[in-house]
Design a protein. Sequence first.
Length: 308
Amino acid sequence: HLATLARVSYMNNAEDLLGAKPDILSDLLAPLKRLVGQHPEATVIVGGQEVPKEPSFDSVVAGAGLSVFRKPAQMAGYKDSTVTGFFYSKDLRVVDATERIQKDLEAKLAELKVKDDVIQTTLRKMLVAEFKRGGEPYATVVVFHCKSFKKQVAAQAAFVATAMALAKSSDSGPVYAVGDMNIDGALDAYQNKREAVEQAAFGMMPAQSGELVETFTKELAGQQIQSYPEPARTLTTLKVRTALQGQPGKADEVTVAHKDFVFVPTGTKVGEVVVGGRAEEGAAGNLGLLQPSRFWPSDHFAIMAFVE
């Protein structure tokens, strides 16, 4: 029965049930390709929280005219099935600069009284990369893949601000950050959670579900950091559990969140922000955005910003 289910799944096909699927990976790059098509002269730097380790993935990215960089420490020292990394323009050169700021960040998180397991997982998956073109600094980008800080979103905002400040140096160029912050939406105020999602404005979390993410972005604004996409209640993750996911008692449980961000210094001119993978509004409203889907085979939308 499981093999039959796998064969009919949009994530697989009858010929090959194992390994990464090039067609699926190509779909995940489609929003980036569209943005590059609109700005063909732009330099591309895309941070990823779960870049496949398999070398076959490199050819998929190369097909989009880009190079791949994976965090060396994760490739060498951990059993993670995926790693933090980048897709970037081939004329750039990249250096891992994570160690330059990691100890100071660990001390800051301890000072903020963040739990040790959150600190260790968050720092293990964080990547700081310095990009250069022709030997000259181009930009430094921090990628976050945070273990949930739960309700400590003010501390999480301070962590982001500190990381960006520490990454700034005479050799850094402008500093940006991206990441999956794992800030969950709270639907406890709603008796019928699915209905609340359905009735919310298209692409938005229900009004009473976004307190944590709104606090997080306001704290960052106070640190002169602009968060995208706006507004804070923008949906980047929307899932409904099924009875086939191992815990039938949680069937129909709704997950709604704005977890994924691009962070830039306040005043940075951003011409366009893309929520990649989000379908156009249809009759199903927000329920037409459930992830993963045939249209978008991931459980997070791809967030990108065009910095002018």
